[in-house]
Design a protein around this ligand. Sequence first.
Ligand code: 4AD
Ligand code: MG
Length: 447
Amino acid sequence: MMMTFSPPPTATPTPNLPVVRITEVAQHLGETVRLQGWLYNKRSSGKLQFLQLRDGSGVIQCVVFKGDVPEFIFEEAGHIGQETSVWVEGTIKEDTRSALGFELSVSQLGVISHAYDFPISPKEHGVAFLMENRHLWLRSARQVAILKIRATLMKAIRQYFDDRGFTNVDAPIFTPNACEGTSNLFEVEYFEKTAYLTQSGQLYMEAAVMALGKVYCFGPVFRAEKSKTRRHLTEFWMVEPEMAFVEHEENLQIASELIAFAVQSVVQNCQAELTVLERDVAKLEAITLPFPRITYDEAIKILHHHGRTDVVWGDDLGGDEETLVSQAFDKPVIIEKYPVTLKPFYMKRNPENPQQVLNMDIIAPEGYGEIVGGSQREDDLAVLEGLIAEHGLDDAVFRWYLDLRTYGSVPHSGFGLGLERLVAWICGLHHVRECIPFPRLMDRLSP
Ligand code: 4AD
Ligand code: MG
């Protein structure tokens, strides 16, 4: 006897239907369209299934009414698991109760690929578990919002420089020497030699700026810091402008302007994402120029005033000290003119007080710590040679850098803005590990 087997019925997509992304549904009100994405969440109520569909551009509620679809589609809608990939067809309707303002009234639905037991449900999970599943965690609404804000900040930063005549120049990742001190270098075997992963593109930008006048690099940098704090990554992204004929004062202005511009760009373009993150937007709207500005000496006085008499002149300001100082302000605060002993060799001495360098650290409000470090650079050959020797650095590897002072040296300045610290502050996130797609930390190298 022949066994007959009939495969379960499957839906077939309607030919010639417009495929739209969720962010575009407003332009298709009343029309029948196809959406494609992943099931984020669902609930049912008798003859209705409410499917939350996400496609990366947004989330929309898709309503499946038993009377509107074939029986097998209604059944399937009731059984598909979170993160199943699907296509859905239906009519776009207004829905004033949802954040999006629209919903889809479903006429057809097909599974592209099933997902069962997706490990990350919308409930709470521990951080270790989420970090181990970072590749899947990225799909959650909060992580999507963070990634979009990060991308918006990168775009705004590039726009700020591109609109002002800067040229984007890329710095190398393999380097023969340190830029920000030798204590936190990653060593790499490089044929018969030792190379280091770059800590900063600055020295290369100083070469490029003599060619182009105004430049910036924007890429990953590496620090082998044995710091397990909420502000430290071993791999992070930094934008580093360098400007010829720009001195300390103007350097401060440009850094402040850049920060204000980037923050306002997120306020204007990322309202939905800030809402997902429950960020207090009023605090960001208040980030307007000018920013408060104090010297290192004044910062020490503020610390003493708050009872931190253990901190003495000449001590570096760590995360706790920065937080305490920044609490006096509701905008980023510029701390300038640090003791020479605390800063790298290349910073220019203050001609009015050779104990100080013409530098700035900019500290974010609300306890997010240092977001910018920068300075005017030493442009005198003899002085720079002295500083290299004083810091015990190998003259030979800096020969090319000294050439920049040998051939047409000019005053120049620049700074580095750490992207993940900026993202942490703007998004109101406790730890920088959520501010980069795949964080690299002392104790984390995967996924
Ligand atoms: O203050 P830093 O070390 O400055 C420099 O590297 C200069 N060469 C930049 C320049 O003048 N072109 O680093 C700049 C910024 C810090 O203010 C902070 O925002 C970020 O980079 N940063 C880190 N971000 C995450 N994890 C770390 N381990 C970081 N170290 C610095
Ligand atoms: Mg610094």
